[in-house]
Design a protein around this ligand. Structure first.
Ligand code: DC
Length: 225
């Protein structure tokens, strides 16, 4: 295979997907697409407009005219919702607590999956999420399923949130992560699931560099085929 490729990185909440995906994309010169940020942006809009998070009809009406833009940045990828910068706002506890329910709606997924496929058609991508290898890009040339123990994921998230100046505590984060994993794995449409042809990487006890390098190696092998 020559030229570019599509790399799908799926896995449970806070497994390190976005940190690693961003670095892999940078090293390969590919576009990084954080699909979780898209579900978060929609959830933010629903909460902002006080729409009923259980009413699919109300939500569809609200989001049918929504523009979501992901802008690459050195440290963080900027997220623009209808032109406004919501990069930090979509990481709030309120958005995190509601995002799984919104992401389980058929209409929401249809809208965002179409957008994700359009983005992937334009260039070589590293896309992270829950259903990339199984549903969004089933033909992706490289699929990774990234996991880590729930304890380590909660610790990493705690550190990340503290650095962002948020007040968080370990037990709450651990519970929040477990609940989100359960909801994302048990939903009817495109649940969080390893694609049959995905490579499992358990990042527990591994450094960011180790995980990044091993994905780059897989990608290089694939490109040389
Ligand atoms: O990756 P994240 O934690 O920012 O994702 C937030 C939520 O969005 C996650 O709990 C489930 C949903 N999501 C999804 O359903 N499908 C994706 N491809 C990405 C995220």
């Amino acid at each position: 295979m020559t030229g570019g490729m599509r790399i799908a990185i799926d896995g449970p909440a806070a497994a390190g997907k976005s940190t690693i995906a961003k670095l892999v994309a940078k090293k390969l010169g590919y576009t990084y697409i954080d699909t979780g940020a898209m579900y978060r942006a929609i959830t933010f809009k629903v909460l902002q407009h006080a729409a009923d998070p259980r009413s699919e009809e109300e939500i569809m009406q609200l989001i049918s005219q929504t523009d979501i833009e992901l802008q690459p940045g050195e440290q963080v990828q900027k997220v623009l919702l209808d032109g406004a910068d919501v990069t930090d706002a979509i990481r709030s506890h309120e958005v995190t607590a509601n995002v799984s329910a919104i992401a389980a709606m058929t209409a929401v997924r249809k809208l965002l999956v179409a957008k994700q496929r359009q983005l992937a058609a334009k260039s070589s991508v590293v896309m992270d999420g829950r259903d990339i290898g199984t549903s969004v890009l089933p033909e992706a040339e490289l699929k990774i399923f990234m996991t880590a123990s729930v304890e380590e994921r909660a610790e990493r998230r705690l550190l990340e949130e503290q650095q962002r100046g948020m007040s968080s505590d370990y037990e709450t984060l651990k519970r929040e992560i477990s609940e989100r994993d359960k909801a994302d794995s048990e939903r009817k449409i495109s649940p969080l699931k390893k694609a049959e042809d995905a490579i499992i990487i358990d990042t527990t006890g591994k450094t960011i560099e180790e995980v990044t390098n091993s994905i780059i190696e897989y990608a290089e092998k694939r490109l040389a085929q």
